[in-house]
Design a binder for this molecule. Sequence first.
Ligand SMILES: [Mg+2]
Length: 232
Amino acid sequence: MSKVQLITFDLDDTFWDIGPVIINAEMTTRKWLEEKVGEIEWGTLQSFLELRNQLAKNDQSLNWDLGKLRREIFRVKLSPIISNSKELEDLVNQAFDFFLNKRHEVVFYDGVIDALEALSTKYELGVLTNGNADIKRLGIDKYFNFSISSADVKSNKPEEGHFKKALSNSKLLPQEVIHVGDHQINDVTGALNAGMHAVWFNKDAAEWAQNYNQPTTFSDWYNYQKIEELST
Ligand SMILES: [Mg+2]
């Protein structure tokens, strides 16, 4: 087996719990906007999801460019209230900045930083995310050689875009790379399809539900050494 040179990581739900962060970002941004313009008709969750689907149908890029999607949603919600287009654009951008700030208020799982600290002394590290968290903003960029988002490769994991770009960035063979993530399909299947090794981060004791053998798995970051079992 080729020696592992690079370990790539998913971010959301692998380094932190993203659900509460997004809900808080969504709610505080709504409140912030309503303080500026008065009540806004946000609609139900169902209508929100329908709007997302509708927008993405008209513009494919919204499937992988979350920032553009979110700005578009703010635009739709604010346009009945603000008729001046310059004013509308300014507010859309400010709301997105506000949201993005809140989106970075994450709480790392215990042991993540120590694991990155240790692993970064032995391997190149990279990020492969479908989300739009910025490792620089989170102060963890010093551990990583690169970070690849869906907007960068115009596709979402498990498609090959992120994995291919990781290989071309690092000039490595797939078998020299381990990808670590919480999602059975996006992370594990995606990485294996790209020829890489995969390690599953399974914090909540979920059942393995794919029709192939469960890969190396760990459930808390104090046991990150599990990842390295693959590299020896
Ligand atoms: Mg994830």
